[in-house]
Design a protein around this ligand. Structure first.
Ligand code: G4P
Length: 192
């Protein structure tokens, strides 16, 4: 998506070879017009998939997921992160380990909001190792719902997330695919 790539080139900063800082329009300050266009792009791409709900992981996935849900005219669900194990019969829970942040958290979903009639689009800001998306898929499956696809704003294509997900048969649609990061360098793969 040209608008997102241009924004990344204008305002993104590579922190070494692994991390792309996008605090001024995604992770801290949020650009509403960009989020609106991102939502419309995902909705256009996935419009024929019979999606009943959009699911995201707090917190940076919320803005683009909400805009996507609005464009598809379906509800959005936020998977919550909890630091410790809280036993609760009303929740589906799974542990996710983040290699980037070197932490683990419990991802949770209320049993009320998904069931076997749901076909879900997962939206998130970054795809790195694919752990968050894999945890989201585990929860969606616990609820006997199905996954329609995974929409990502920024894929770090030099990390294994996409490969892990596509190997399991999931469609990954990424709006910007970063091939390489370095000092004063952000390189993209061609658009999908
Ligand atoms: P994975 O889910 O693909 O395995 O990614 P990983 O666990 O390694 O990433 C964990 C967190 O780090 C996620 O945020 C993810 O968005 C973020 N992250 C990964 N790579 C980058 C990067 O290059 N730049 C930035 N800015 N963030 C990155 P989170 O913990 O879920 O935080 P939140 O912002 O959604 O609250």
């Amino acid at each position: 998506m040209k608008m997102l790539e241009e924004k990344i080139l204008a305002e993104g900063r590579a922190m070494g070879e692994d991390i792309l800082k996008v605090d001024s329009f995604i992770n801290h300050q949020v650009d509403p017009l960009l989020m609106k266009q991102i939502g419309e792009e995902f909705a256009e791409h996935f419009k024929d998939k019979g999606i009943t709900k959009v699911v995201t992981i707090e917190s940076s996935g919320i803005a683009p997921a909400l805009m996507t849900a609005l464009a598809l005219d379906v509800p959005m669900i936020i998977l919550k992160k909890q630091p410790s194990k809280i036993l609760n019969d009303d929740l589906y829970q799974t542990v996710v380990t983040s290699f980037t942040k070197e932490t683990s958290y419990e991802l949770t979903l209320s049993r009320k909001f998904l069931d076997e009639n749901d076909h879900v689009l997962i939206i998130d800001d970054f795809l790195a190792n694919g752990e968050a998306a894999t945890g989201a898929i585990r929860l969606i499956r616990s609820a006997h719902a199905t996954v329609a696809g995974i929409g990502i704003l920024i894929e770090k294509s030099f990390q294994p997330g996409r490969q892990k997900l596509t190997a399991q048969g999931f469609e990954v649609y990424a709006l910007a695919r970063v091939a390489k990061l370095g000092k004063d360098l952000i390189e993209f793969l061609p658009e999908e």
